[in-house]
Every structure is written in C-alpha cells, then in structure tokens.
Write a protein of this length. Structure first.
Lengths: 451, 376
C-alpha cells in the first residue's frame, strides 16, 4: 500500500514536471494572455486527476504539434491526461471506431456534415444548452456558428452537438505587393473593382489569375470555394443555406449564375495563367507558385488562409506576399460575407473530462495560446487580438471578426456524394468546356438520386 | 533448316527487345522517385527529375541590404553584396519583375533614383546621393545557371523524425508474428485439405478460395466490435489476429495447391510404413513445402509491412502505437504535397522488405510456381 502510494506520488511528480516543461508560454508570465480565465476554469474543475481523455482529430505534423501545445494548460488545470492522435483518414476512422464501440472521448470534426450524421445515429453526446447561448454571445456572427453545430439527434430533437474551435478564412485573394507596385495596380475594394483589375492586367498583356483545381482524388474542390464565394456575393445568406440543403435546387438560376460568375474568371484564356486547359490539370499546391515567378505568371490567387504553407521556402507573408479580402459588391446590400472552414469538437463518451475539455476550449486562453503561434484564427470576440504573432494573421482574424455573415464551406455541408463528389467533378467538367447549366443539371440529378 | 534457325533467332531478338522495353518502362517511375528523393522541394516543383542531371537556368530574385547595411563612400551612400549562390553563374539581371533579365553583367541601371550595377561575379553595388531609407531590401531579379545539385537532407529529415525508432519497433512487433502465425495455421489446414480424406473437403476448399475475393474493408467494423466485446480491444493481439485472418485464405490456397502437387507415392509409402498423419506432415510435407512457405512468408511480410489501414484501425494512432507507415504519413502534414518526403519515405521503408526479399528470393520463384505444374 505504502509502496503504491510512493509510486503514484512519484508518477504525479514526473508527469506534472513533464507537463510544465512542455508549456510554450509559462503560466502567468506574459500579460498578453488571459491567465485569469485559466484560474477560473481551474477553480471550477480541479478534481479530475487520474482521468485519461483520448482525442481523435485530423491534424498531423505541424498542426498536431500546435494543438498539442494547447493541451498542457488543460492537463495542468485538471490533472487529466490527454492523448491526442491524428489520422489522415479521420473521416473513416471516426465512423469505424464509433460504430465498433471504441470511440475516442472527444473527436475533432473538419466537416459539419460528418458530425451531423454521427449525431443522428446517436454517437455524439449533446452538449449542455448553455454552450449554444455561449456561442451566440461570444463568437462573431455567433448565430451562424450556432446553427452550424446544431443537429437533430437520434430522437429528432435538435441540440448543440459540437463546439467550434479554430477557424479558417477562405474568402481571400493573394498577391505580391511589390509586383502590384511595379505594375501600378491597386488592391480592389469592391467586386466590380476586382473585375476591372482583372481586365486591366489582361489588357497589359499579362495573366491576372493562377487557378489550380488539381488535388488527386479530390480534384475540383478549389473551384467549389470560388462558387461559394460567388453565391454569397450575389445571393442572400438564406439562399446559401437553402442551397446547401437542396431546398434551393442546384440548377436554380441563382446557382447557375454563381457558377458562371466563377467561369468569368476561370474560363477566359486571357485571364488564367497557362490557359483554361491548365486549370483542372494544375495541382492546387503548385498553383500559387506562379505569383512568385519572374516574370510573374500571374498576379492574383484565390485561396484559403492555409495556402501560405505552399509558398516557396523563405517567403515572408505580409511582405513578399499578402492578401486582401475577396471583395463584396459595391452596393453593400449583402454586407461583408465570409466563407470559411473550421473544426468542431464533439464529445462521444460519458467521460467527465470530455465536457470539461469543451469548457476549457471556451476560455480565451485556449484560443490565445494557439493564436500566439501560427495557423490559428478565431471568431471569439473575447480574446486579446494582441496575441496574434504578426500583422498578417491579425488582419485575417479581422476579416473573420468584421464578417457580417459567416458561412461554412458549402461543399462540406452538403452530403458527401455531392459536396465531395458530384460538385467536384462537375467543376472539372465546367472548366473543361461544359456550360454552367449542364453542370448544374448534372449535379442536381445526382442529388435527386440520393434523396 | 538454316532459314528456320534464322527465323527463330530474329523472334528471340524481338522477345528480348520487348522484354527490355517493358523492364525499362516498369522501372522508370521507380528511378524517377529515387532521383526525386535527392532533390529539394523547390527543385522538384521547378523542373522534372529527368532534367536534374544537367545544369538548369533559374530566374528568381535576391534582396539588397536594407538601410541599416549602407556605408558611406565620399558623397555616396552605398549598399553592396552578392546575388549569386554557390556554384551559380549569372546570365542576366533586371530591376522589374516583368523584365527579369533586361541587363547583362556589368551594366548599370536606375533603381528608384539610385544606380545599380551587377557584375559577372555576382557582386552588386547600389549607390545613391541620398541616404537609403528602406526597411526591406530592393529586389534584384537574376537569371542564373546552376550546376546539378543533389541533397541528402530529405533522408536525414525522415530518419531523424520524431518517433521513427519507436515506430520501427512497433512495425516489427506487428509484422513478425503477423507473418508467422498465419503460416503455422495455414500449413496444417493446407495439409488437411490436400491429403486427408473427409466429407466436404472440396466444398471447404472452394469456400477458402471464395474468401479470397472478400475485401477486408467490409470486415473492419464487425471485427473491431468483436474485439471490443471479447475484451481484446485495440492492441497487438488484435492486430495479429486481424492480419492472420486477412492473410489465411491466400496462404491456405497457395500451400494447399503446392502440397497437392507433391508425389503421392512418398506419402503413401509413409502411410504403409505406419507413419501417423502428424509425422507425415512434420517429417515429409513441411520440408518439401519449404519454397511455398517461404514465398508466402514474403508476400505476407510485404503486405503487413506496407499496411497502414489495418494498423490504424486495430492498433491506434497515438505516438506509442504508430507504425512506420503512420509516422511517414505524418511527416507529410495534414495537406500533403511534400513530394520529396514521399519519395524519400518510400525508399527508406522499402529497404527492409528488400532485404527480406533478397534473403528469400531463391525460394520465391519456385514458390510462385506452387501448384501450377502438378507432379513437377
């Protein structure tokens, strides 16, 4: 008995020592962080030591290290041992594990559609009702976010089943400021300006856009981001929501117009580097490189915030390359819509550490720790924006905070057969020469078959 | 006669040439992957591997020093430096992105009110009568010719990746038992199906052959649920059983066909001499079946070694449980696209199976013929 006690004391000493050592930012030292929120959280949940919490998510490599840098603060506050594991086939893994009866305690969903499916099967535990209210109160465009995580359970009753933490902005256009300066171009403020700039660059004998849709088995998805951006710039957010659930048919004139709006950029030989034929053939990871060639292969590139990973080595974002918000139409009737992505945390077991972890993610500190590193944006209005390491990320965060409408990537909300199938291949057909109407009819036909 | 002989030799030539062409076609992708594993990411995206052996011309830019680096030379403010990397030579240079090679070495150009000269050796001199104030260097566009360049850094990055040693041991712990257990079981089963008379033998054999076409993916969920229910959960025992199950149909089929082809006289004379079935199996069948056993061992070893799916489902994804393929996959990050790591990982993970293959290669060819020539 005594020996057991000694061993466990030694273990606790060891593990707490290890946790301390792993902390990126020592507790209480830097005033940028909201340490008080950690203290508050600790006061409410100090009694979970000895528990183990397994977390399964899609992050690998660098992203995984970043997420794991947030965990020690939770471990320190509660004594829970958190074990994160990442998988590149997360979508399959979570289904297999939960169906087979060995789910992780907490899962990190990159796609709301998948979480909604598991919620309907009763695999997810509903979160307390306060969480929904909390999201509305504390997140920018909070109602949009709350709607995103509210699903029908197995009994048909709607609950909040997930908590959004970490967001991406997709409505961005990347450019090289010095090339703009050389050529005398201005950053466009409205969608009309962007079209005018495109025409101006083409008139100067240059190619304005680099567009690459290639992505192995997922070829075509970058075009879905374009179409989503166009949808929100020509239609109301309600129409967008109806579109993702097929209440608004895919071949509705509104959707066809959005596809054609994308075609205005992508299907004009003079507007795309390498010509229209190269759009579907170019890998999306290689397409931004045209910005950095000399002479530049293109001047503009539409991509989400993560694209900086694929810039040439040594590129300093904010100086060598920069972005602007994919502008909204000049009349302002649709406000400043933002299309984005994000990850959603759900609890799958009765482990009491699960809900505690969700509550931890609500503390400003949990956001600030990752903000202070890289690759993290948050719609949380209560965090200290000073925590962002550089001006560029902070400006991206501003895009998110200033959004009047936030909508999740529509293709991730649609059923897999559409959002990760017919929509992708349809876009490849579209840039390959088919008309928007044909492509939209084709996608709607697929949607009809899965109803 | 002579004409016929000539015909035959020209046909042989044709066969040889066709074989050579096929061999070259089949090995080109591997060769390309091998070359790519020695190139860095920017090189891979700039030019194809087949151009890696010749010197290449590249256009890029170099930044001048900033205001902090300027020196004063009489009335002039001067920034100096070099635009060339090691081994490169200058083809042309420019000051604007649209004309990156507007000037030859030694020429002088105007750059924001200052005079810029770039010399043959790459040294540049930017001089101005007013002091420089920029915080960030001006861009000098250069077109350079670089000699072929190869690097070992991909290999050192993969080999020193976090957890690779642990993952290697995990893979070994999975692979060796997952190769041996199915052979043990399959050898008994194959002997029974080949040489022991019992009702329903043909049907049982047909069932085993039928199982060959069942994709293992359909069994993942039910099998994992079974493991959870009988208390094995996720772990080594579970993955050994899973690999054994998935490997058995092929193993039994292969071994049965080989054993059925062994000469009946040997077995029957042993029976006449009073040997029991187990003695026949152990003393006669097993030694004679060694080529088939070895060839199946290679198949199973390769398959388990390269497996990622079964390992992530039945073993798990945490640091302590990851197998080699999992760690290599992790190196490529969440979004993929790091071809140099992919190429390098392929060659590192291929090395152990290659060793196994060469060690047992002489049995493989004999084993592949297993059962195809009866009585042979």
């Amino acid at each position: 008995m005594k020996r057991n006690l000694l061993v466990s004391v030694a273990m606790i000493a060891l593990t707490s020592g290890a946790a301390q050592a792993q902390m990126k930012f020592p507790i209480g030292e830097d005033d940028t962080f909201n340490w008080a929120s950690l203290e508050e959280f600790k006061a409410a949940h100090g009694d979970l030591s000895g528990q183990t919490l397994t977390v399964l998510g899609p992050w690998l490599g660098g992203d995984k290290d970043l997420f794991e840098s947030v965990i020690p603060y939770f471990e320190d506050a509660t004594g829970v041992d958190v074990q994160y594991s990442g998988s590149d086939s997360f979508e399959q893994q979570i289904v297999i594990d939960s169906e087979a009866g060995s789910p992780p305690d907490v899962a990190v969903f990159p796609q709301p559609g998948l979480a909604a499916g598991l919620a309907a099967k009763g695999q997810l535990k509903p979160l307390p009702d306060e969480v929904g209210q909390w999201i509305t109160d504390n997140y920018a465009a909070g109602d949009s976010w709350k709607k995103l995580v509210t699903y029908a359970g197995p009994d048909g009753a709607e609950h909040v089943y997930a908590f959004p933490y970490k967001a991406d902005v997709k409505s961005l256009v990347w450019y090289v400021p010095e090339n703009f300066e050389d050529a005398g171009y201005e950053v466009p403020e409205t969608l009309e300006d962007l079209r005018a700039l495109t025409e101006q660059i083409a008139a100067d004998g240059e190619k304005p856009w680099c567009i690459g849709l290639g992505s192995g088995g997922a070829t075509g998805w970058p075009a879905t981001d374009w179409v989503e951006d166009m949808m929100l710039r020509t239609n109301s957010p309600e129409d967008y929501d109806a579109w993702t659930t097929n209440e608004l048919k895919f071949n509705d004139p509104k959707v066809v117009k959005a596809i054609d709006d994308f075609g205005w950029f992508a299907k004009n030989e003079d507007f795309v580097a390498g010509g229209v034929g190269s759009v579907a053939a170019t890998d999306f990871r290689d397409s931004p490189k045209g910005l950095f060639e000399s002479p530049p292969a293109c001047y503009l590139h539409h991509a989400a915030s993560f694209i900086t990973t694929f810039f040439p080595e040594g590129t300093i974002v904010g100086e060598d390359a920069d972005f602007f918000y994919m502008p909204a139409p000049a009349d302002g009737s649709l406000g400043q819509p933002v299309v984005g992505g994000g990850t959603l945390f759900s609890v799958l077991t009765d482990n009491p550490a699960g809900p505690a972890f969700i509550e931890f993610l609500q503390t400003p500190l949990a956001h600030e720790i990752w903000m202070a590193q890289q690759g993290f944006l948050t719609p949380h209005t209560g965090v200290n924006p000073e925590a962002y390491t550089d001006e560029t990320v902070k400006r991206m965060g501003d895009v998110l905070l200033n959004a009047t409408t936030f909508r999740f990537d529509g293709s991730d909300l649609m059923p897999g057969a559409i959002g990760a199938g017919a929509f992708w291949t349809g876009m490849v057909d579209f840039v390959g020469g088919k008309s928007a109407q044909e492509v939209a009819d084709q996608i709607q036909a697929t949607w009809d078959t899965i109803k | 006669m002579e004409g016929m002989a000539g015909q035959k030799s020209s046909l042989t030539w044709l066969v040889n040439i066709a074989a050579l062409v096929l061999v070259v076609m089949w090995t080109i992708p591997t060769a390309g992957l091998f070359v790519s594993s020695f190139r860095d990411r920017d090189q891979i995206s700039a030019t194809g591997w087949w151009k890696s052996m010749t010197s290449s011309e590249q256009t890029g830019f170099v930044r001048t020093g900033t205001a902090d680096d300027q020196t004063q030379d009489g009335d002039l403010y001067v920034l100096e430096g070099n635009v060339l990397g090691e081994g490169q030579s200058l083809v042309g240079w420019g000051t604007r992105s649209r004309e990156p090679a507007a000037y030859k070495a030694g020429e002088t150009a105007e750059l924001d009110g200052a005079q810029l000269t770039v010399n043959e050796d790459g040294s540049y001199r930017l001089e101005s009568t007013a002091p420089f104030e920029m915080r960030r260097g001006e861009r000098i566009f250069v077109t350079t010719a670089s000699p072929p360049h190869f690097t070992l850094s991909n290999y050192s990055r993969v080999l020193s990746a976090e957890g690779i040693g642990r993952a290697f041991m995990n893979t070994m712990t999975v692979t060796i038992p997952a190769t041996i257990i199915p052979i043990l079981i399959a050898a008994f089963a194959a002997y029974a199906l080949a040489w022991m008379e019992f009702p329903g033998r043909a049907l049982l054999t047909a069932a085993v052959v039928g199982l060959l076409v069942v994709p293992l993916q359909v069994a993942l969920i039910p099998l994992l649920r079974l493991h959870n229910e009988i208390g094995i959960g996720k772990g080594y025992l579970g993955i050994w059983l899973a690999h054994t199950g998935f490997g058995l149909p092929l193993a039994i089929y292969l071994l049965r066909n080989y054993m059925a082809g062994l000469p009946r006289e040997v077995i029957e004379s042993a029976r006449v001499d009073g040997a029991t079935e187990f003695q026949i199996f152990r003393k006669i069948i097993l030694p004679l079946s060694f080529p088939a056993l070895a060839s199946f061992a290679i198949f199973q070893f390769l398959w388990v070694w390269n497996d990622l799916l079964v390992a992530t489902v039945f073993l798990g994804n945490t640091r302590e449980q990851l197998v080699m393929t999992g760690v290599l996959r992790e190196l490529m990050g969440s979004k993929g696209g790091e071809w140099e790591i992919l190429a390098t990982s392929a060659f590192i993970s291929i090395s152990v199976p290659l060793l196994v293959f060469f060690a047992m290669q002489k049995y493989l060819v004999r084993g592949l013929l297993a059962g195809s020539v009866k009585g042979g």
